[in-house]
Each structure stands twice: as C-alpha cells, then as structure tokens.
Ligand binder design. Structure first.
Ligand SMILES: [Zn+2]
Length: 95
C-alpha cells in the first residue's frame, strides 16, 4: 500500500484545499419568462433565444402542461367530493 513519503504541513494542506470550494454558477434571468437560465443558451423553460421562439416544441409542451394543470387543479378540488361519495357508499353498505 502506497504511503506518503513526507508529512504535509498545514500551509501546503490549506493551499491544496483552497481550491476545493464550489464556484457559483453565473445565471441570468430569461428576458422572456424571467427564470434563471445559463447565458448564451436557449431558455429550457420557454424555448426563447434572443427574443425569438427557437424551440416551438417547448412552447407546445408548456401550453399542454398549462391545459393539463388546470383540470388537475380542478381534480384536486373534486377529490373531497369523491371522498364524500365513498363515505356515502359506506353508509349505503351499513344500511
Ligand atoms: Zn424563458
């Protein structure tokens, strides 16, 4: 098993470990949707680059998600009613 030939002093250890910190990612707000994105890249959320729609598939997905999200929110509202229906079924069984 390999062993270090000499003991590292505190200063050398500190100099080596001074590079171990993580660098902050340089994100910028998207000019179209204001979300944090990488500069010089197409926005992965809205598909815009330099004020132009580049990835229309992303925009379509977003539109679909918006359409889907609205019924799902309605479904969550409906969930208590289904719960009541279950309760009513239990009452029917009890009778
Ligand atoms: Zn965007």
């Amino acid at each position: 098993m390999a062993l270090p030939t000499q003991r590292r002093n505190k200063a050398a250890k500190g100099r080596r470990r001074s590079q171990h910190h993580l660098k902050k990612i340089g994100l910028i707000p998207c000019p179209h949707c204001q979300r944090q994105i990488f500069p010089h890249r197409v926005c992965p959320f809205c598909g815009y680059y330099k004020g132009q729609l580049v990835l229309s598939s992303l925009a379509n997905k977003k539109a679909k998600q918006n359409k889907k999200s609205k019924p799902t929110s309605a479904d969550t509202k409906k969930k208590p009613t289904t719960g009541h229906a279950k309760v009513s079924k239990k009452h029917k069984q009890a009778k």
